[in-house]
Unconditional design. Sequence first.
Length: 201
Amino acid sequence: MNKGMLIILSGPSGCGKGTMLKEVIGRTNCEVSVSATTRPMRTGDIDGVQYHFVTKEAFEACIQNNELLEYAEYCNHYYGTLKSNVEAIRAQGKHVILEIEVQGALTVMESHPDAVTIFTVPPSLEELRRRLRKRGTEDEATIEKRVARAKEEIPFAPRYQYIVWNDKLEDAVDDFCAIIQAEANRAVNCKERIGALIESC
């Protein structure tokens, strides 16, 4: 069984990454890595589903023990990916999607040059602002802070292998799934299966 691929997904907060991934998971052999965070739980959050919610002290212990594939600080809270979670999923032959900030993504790109990297963007900053307001979870000042952060993140998009425009959800999902299928069919990712076929020739 081939080891699953490592897929990095980044994009501004509010551009629809979570909604898109729900559709992608239902159509592909992928699983989203659940990150650890120190941010407070929001209404509807379930520990272990949206995030592993931990204390700042527990998170910093993971940093000291080198247990994180990457981590970043965003809006005064830590977010990070546990190495053990990622490798356990990949060992099952499933592709792991890391939905992470640019800072963490660049770190993983260096340590895992074979990772598939995707950056998703909204059609415009005004549409991003509209989507953030529609969520109804933050005040206007926080929304503007997220838009300002998006202006800092979007220029990093060319560092990624693929861009997915999240204008219409169904189109974005189709594009994402097409990328995963194409990458899974690359010869380098089919070594065991193609090797077995060659041996039978």
